[in-house]
Design a protein around this ligand. Structure first.
Ligand code: ZN
Length: 173
């Protein structure tokens, strides 16, 4: 495994619509493992392949599986790798929250997201996968899937600002 370089704006790959994954070979496994390692080292709670310069529909997310566990720091976290993810269901109700992005250093923004979603895609071996997400987990998935369509959180933000000195957003994606 190896750390990959995280690209930042205005890198063109971040604005491209990424292509679907259709080969589940050893190379893909290495890319996924490297993405997980890179996300953890950043540290972040999500990463999309365009953020390491690859225009492919791959996301990794590591967070608490259950919404109620978000309050407990020592609750176990779960890691997902989802290929060709699609939001197939979403709640009508939305929620505002402050997001940062590893590819947009030095800026945070307030973004409205669906409160709950259902994601379908493939796992790292090409088998169908379904994730039901609420709370922060739902926000992370929406942020990462946006990356696959060339959308950056600042495009959706109601307002964007530079955090004050010493303030580090805890959950960059
Ligand atoms: Zn991001």
């Amino acid at each position: 495994m190896a750390l990959r370089k995280i690209v930042t704006l205005p890198e063109a790959v971040l604005r491209r619509k990424a292509r679907a994954v259709n080969k589940f070979d050893k190379n893909l496994q290495t890319v996924i493992d490297d993405m997980i390692e890179t996300m953890r080292a950043a540290p972040g709670v999500g990463l999309a392949a365009p953020q390491i310069g690859r225009s492919e529909r791959i996301i990794v997310v590591e967070y608490f599986e259950r919404e109620e566990d978000e309050e407990k720091e020592d609750a176990p976290r779960k890691v997902w790798a989802v290929l060709n993810p699609e939001i197939v269901k979403f709640s009508e109700d939305t929620v505002m929250g402050v997001e940062g992005c590893l590819s947009v250093p030095g800026l945070v923004g307030e973004v409205e997201r669906h409160a709950a979603i259902q994601v379908r895609g493939l796992n790292r071996h090409g088998k169908p996968l379904k994730v039901k997400a609420g709370g922060w987990l739902a926000r992370i998935f929406q942020h990462e899937i946006d990356h696959l369509n060339g959308v950056i959180f600042t495009d959706r933000a109601a307002r964007v600002w530079q955090p004050q000195d010493g303030f580090e957003p805890e959950r960059d994606v």
